[in-house]
Design a protein around this ligand. Structure first.
Ligand SMILES: *[C@@H]1O[C@H](CO)[C@@H](O)[C@H](O)[C@H]1NC(C)=O
Ligand SMILES: *[C@@H]1O[C@H](CO)[C@@H](O)[C@H](O)[C@H]1NC(C)=O
Ligand SMILES: *[C@@H]1O[C@H](CO)[C@@H](O)[C@H](O)[C@H]1NC(C)=O
Ligand SMILES: *[C@@H]1O[C@H](CO)[C@@H](O)[C@H](O)[C@H]1NC(C)=O
Length: 227
């Protein structure tokens, strides 16, 4: 390495050190486990992706904020391109973008304020497979689980290959998407369908704030597909 590139490397490392220190970015250890009887392709943005057979886990350290989900019925070639029936992220194994709906999403923000992490499960992009999201340390034992038979009972008009769409995705109207007056936006027959089967998750933008859980920063997390 010549002097110029080693100086560059030094200043880049220094810059990263300063950014990480000043903004208090914190990494948390996540275990993402597949308990489905079928293979899924786990996805995280940021984070990438990994094929998981039944009972396999993906251990990954994640920072800042992002989302985790499962892809189903994927075909990827050796170069990591392909497609999935649900949860596809622009046709690549290592996701660097959000999922196409419908997909069950685990969302987190680490150290969002006063050393607290926030996390939730969201059906605002629909549902593909059952999921559980929980803290793993003794400091935090809260669990969010969505294991209702949403695909089996999905209203016909919301059915989609690999899952059940959120009405906002499908109809894009103000009532379902809460575009106009967010404060007065309420539950609908569709949001109640999801909420009845999965009471602890977000089903529309102004859903019960109690669906977000908080854990002390430093907690580890576990996401389980088909809990
Ligand atoms: C969380 O962020 C604050 C700054 O907002 C920082 O002082 C603290 O060290 C961070 N905590 C961890 C565990 O990274
Ligand atoms: C996550 O970070 C911890 C602490 O730095 C490290 O020991 C561990 O090996 C990392 N895990 C992965 C999967 O990278
Ligand atoms: C993947 O390939 C299998 C076997 O050829 C096929 O049945 C399935 O429909 C394909 N999936 C997608 C999403 O194209
Ligand atoms: C769910 O959690 C993520 C990450 O903390 C957050 O950005 C999102 O707003 C939350 N969803 C709702 C509906 O509050």
């Amino acid at each position: 390495m010549d002097q110029t590139s080693s100086n560059k490397l030094l200043s880049v490392s220094l810059f990263c050190f300063i950014v990480l220190t000043v903004t208090g970015i914190h990494a948390a250890a996540f275990e993402i486990q597949n308990n489905c009887i079928y293979t899924v392709w786990a996805a995280a943005n940021p984070g990438g992706g990994k094929e998981l057979h039944q009972h396999q886990s993906w251990h990954i350290n994640l920072t800042d904020a992002g989302s985790i989900w499962a892809r189903t019925n994927c075909n990827f070639s050796a170069d990591g391109t392909g497609n999935c029936e649900s949860g596809d992220c622009d046709g690549v194994l290592n996701c660097a973008s959000d999922s196409s709906p419908p997909v069950t999403l685990a969302e987190y923000s680490l150290n969002v304020s006063k050393n607290l992490d926030l996390f939730n499960l969201s059906l605002m992009n629909g549902f593909n497979i059952p999921m559980e999201f929980k803290g793993t340390s003794s400091m935090c034992t809260q669990v969010i689980k969505c294991a209702g038979d949403i695909n089996g009972l999905c209203p016909n008009e919301l059915r989609h290959p690999g899952g059940c769409n959120n009405p906002c995705t499908l109809f894009k109207n103000d009532q379902f998407c809460c575009n106009v007056d967010r404060r007065s936006c309420g539950a609908t027959a569709y949001s109640k369908f999801f909420k009845n089967l999965c009471p602890n998750v977000y089903t529309y933008p102004m859903d019960d704030p109690a669906s977000t859980l908080a854990c002390p920063t430093g907690t580890g997390y576990k996401v389980v597909f088909c809990p």
